[in-house]
Design a protein around this ligand. Structure first.
Ligand code: CP3
Length: 353
């Protein structure tokens, strides 16, 4: 049997279709998972979370385990993603942050000065025992299904820290970046170190793929991204050292940044719905795989539209070195979860070799 022949389904997460697609190796079928697959679209999530605030839930290993498993059981997706949040490393380091339902993370004392940057506490690896416990429990439960670990990229975390909460324009963030370049660099360095600590803890406990979320990087020009952001995202990946797990790197509205997002050290570039995957493959080049890119809003449309869009994306994904089917951003809370199960089944049916 040559190494290029179609593999049989693996019993090892490290040799799963997800990992193989990420590396550009042959797969038994296109792997599928959904960003925000755990969460408010699932009634079982809403009932388990009732009465527990988000950032408490993220630090309770049993709750993390159960919530992470819910979408895997229900939809038969090809990966679990750890239930957590990009701001959790900042919370564990001691910052006063709340996740407000329907709004997002809100920071009590935003970073507005050079002194604020220098006062940011580091994330101590010893504080991540709960995370290690959760990941170990998960890996034991998941069997052959791979677990994706994740972290927020320095730029996206900096937007929350500087704005004090979600924002559209990220104007304060950009103003700080332009007017305090040295402090900006130190802030981004600190966030890169903390992201790497957070990812290493997940990998060392058994996560076999990682995703770095730079959700808001698309607000930057390519020149600013290349000079003031990319080196720090690269530092996160470099901080993983010899840990040989595929790296997914994702942002929204990053059509003009796709080659750079890849250059920061990704095996897989995540693509939103604004650019078709065949065009994304041209921009990213043949040395990386792609993940995406169904518009989450399509899941709220009629079944014929959903099917047509899924088929289109599966076709266009063939232009990439490897394709991981996903949405172009997270599942919207109003999504009917039976549609997510249907999409998973349809991608599998269309791509089984
Ligand atoms: O994908 C998954 O299923 C894994 C879990 C996950 C969550 N947040 C759980 C969550 C992941 C990977 C994240 C990452 C995250 N958090 C990002 C990057 C991904 C992206 O969407 O771009 C960002 C920007 C955040 C910050 C954040 N946290 C936002 C904007 C919100 C939504 C606020 C809201 O209520 O709409 C959160 C809260 C959050 N994170 C929820 C979940 C399930 C909702 C909390 C709830 O159930 O009340």
């Amino acid at each position: 049997m040559s190494s290029a022949s179609v593999p049989v389904p693996s019993t090892s997460p490290a040799d799963s279709d997800l990992v193989r697609a990420a590396r550009g190796l042959p797969v038994t079928r296109t792997p599928v998972w959904f960003m925000r697959q755990a969460g408010r679209s699932l009634p079982e999530y809403r009932s388990l979370r009732a009465g527990t605030v988000m950032l408490e839930a993220c630090q309770d290993p049993d709750m993390v385990t159960e919530i992470t498993l819910q979408p895997v059981r229900r939809h038969g997706v090809d990966a679990a993603i750890l239930f957590s949040d990009i701001v959790l490393p900042l919370v564990v380091a001691g910052l006063d942050i709340e996740i407000k339902p329907g709004i997002g993370p809100v920071i009590a004392n935003p970073v507005r000065s050079v002194a604020d940057v220098d006062a940011l506490p580091p994330l101590e690896p010893e504080a991540l025992g709960f995370l290690e416990t959760a990941v170990r429990q998960l890996v034991a439960e998941l069997g052959a299904t791979p677990l994706i670990g994740f972290a927020g990229a320095p730029f996206t975390l900096a937007t929350y820290l500087i704005e004090g909460g979600p924002s559209k324009e990220h104007a304060r963030t950009k103003a700080f970046m332009y007017s305090e370049p040295e402090a900006w660099g130190r802030l981004m360095d600190k966030l890169a170190v903390s992201a790497a600590v957070f990812l290493r803890a997940q990998i060392d406990a058994g996560a076999v793929v990682v995703q770095l979320f730079d959700s808001w990087a698309g607000v930057l020009s390519a020149a600013d991204y290349a000079e003031r952001v990319l080196p720090h995202s690269r530092a996160v990946f470099d901080g993983l050292g010899e840990r040989d797990v595929p790296r997914i790197h994702f942002g929204v509205g990053t059509g003009e940044l796709l080659p750079l997002i890849g250059d920061a050290g990704a095996d897989v570039v995540g693509v939103d719905w604004r650019i078709p995957l065949d065009e994304a493959a041209r921009r990213v080049g043949p040395q990386r795989s792609l993940q995406g890119n169904l518009d989450p809003a399509v899941l709220l449309a009629d079944r014929a539209t959903v099917d047509r869009e899924v088929r289109r994306i599966v076709e266009q994904g063939k232009a990439a070195r490897g394709h991981i089917f996903n949405l172009g951003h997270g599942v919207l809370p109003d999504t009917d979860p039976t549609v997510l199960t249907h999409v998973t089944e349809l991608v599998h049916e269309l791509t089984t070799r």
